[in-house]
Design a binder for this molecule. Structure first.
Ligand code: GDP
Length: 304
């Protein structure tokens, strides 16, 4: 999938609502701004970020005295890209792989069903294609299906995987995986973790323990904690981001399933509000359907 194709639904939804909002109007006035506010909120940009965007456009209207509705899209693009730049939440390079020693350890967190396993598979594929030696760790030991699913991706991408039987200690699997990564000379170790929705304290304890054992092998590990969010769930994704960032230090985000949804605006809101870089976006089910997030390209595709 290309980015334009992947964001098609979000864009069509946005554009059709926008064209209603500006129908018969040549100038951006109070009414148009009210409608625009509604359009942004219903595109899942989120209330806080929408208000920021509207303020900026109001300022521009006041400054320039006159703003034509024909230019509104262009202005939105500029203001949103500006907003994302200010919060420095739009990294364009993916992971930087700089660490104090090999391997670079990525711990992946997120609720079941958001596309965590698929995202790990796609990352493994990309890293391997870039010439890196990759190892997976199946530390979601809570469900047998989770281990099997990850195994399928390991086979598909021909990347080794460390696992134990279902029900074993996730921290023990994580330890084994990082240790094997060192022994095998891996460049990257990607660790899957359990995604069941348990209470905050349990989640925190479990993730803390998994991190602690990795640090016994490599003091700086994990070098990334990647939170995977399902973009098609809109406001739920915000809620999950809140819960996980409260439970552990999340360093980067991946937002999946943007191809199947009209809620793509969620990327803009999340990236503005959480000040954590969105590094990857998922725009399909295939191996290649994971892109490094670039805020300019994203905004460009969205408001085309
Ligand atoms: P997990 O439970 O979080 O590990 O979720 P999975 O990786 O098993 O994914 C759940 C479903 O979402 C699967 O059917 C995937 O094919 C699908 N999926 C994952 N990422 C994407 C994406 O970017 N686009 C689409 N359309 N589907 C996706």
């Amino acid at each position: 999938e290309t980015l334009d194709k992947g964001l098609e639904k979000s864009k069509d939804n946005f554009l059709s609502k926008m064209s209603k909002a500006v129908a018969g109007k040549s100038k951006v006035d109070e009414d148009v701004l009210d409608d625009l506010e509604e359009v942004l909120i219903s595109s899942d940009v989120g209330v806080t970020t929408t208000i920021k965007i509207i303020r900026r456009i109001e300022e521009r209207v006041a400054r320039d005295k006159y703003l034509g509705t024909a230019e509104l899209n262009e202005i939105l693009k500029e203001e949103i890209a500006g907003l994302l730049s200010e919060t420095d939440s739009g990294d364009t390079d993916g992971f930087n792989f700089k660490s104090d020693g090999k391997p670079y350890v990525i711990m992946v967190v997120g609720v079941n069903g958001v596309g965590k396993t698929t995202t790990i598979g796609k990352l493994a594929y990309q890293f391997k294609k870039d010439g890196k030696k990759v190892l997976l760790g199946a530390a979601d030991t809570f469900r047998a299906a989770a281990i099997d699913q990850l195994q399928i991706w390991a086979d598909r991408t021909q990347v080794p995987m460390i696992k134990q039987q279902m029900g074993s200690d996730p921290a023990s699997v994580a330890f084994d995986a990082v240790q094997s990564g060192v022994t095998q000379g891996s460049d990257v170790v990607i660790i899957d973790t359990a995604g069941r929705l348990h209470n905050k304290v349990n989640l925190m304890n479990e993730l803390t323990k998994v991190k602690r054992v990795m640090q016994k092998v490599i003091p700086g590990a994990p070098h990334e904690v990647l939170l995977v969010l399902d973009g098609s769930t809109g406001q739920n994704a915000f809620e999950q981001a809140k819960q996980f960032t409260a439970a552990t230090e999340v360093t980067s985000l991946a937002v999946t399933k943007l191809d199947g949804t009209a809620k793509g605006g969620v990327v803009i809101g999340i990236s503005d509000q959480f000040k954590i870089p969105v590094k990857y976006i998922g725009i399909g089910e295939g191996l290649e359907d994971l892109q490094v997030f670039n805020k300019f390209e994203f905004v460009d595709s969205f408001f085309k």
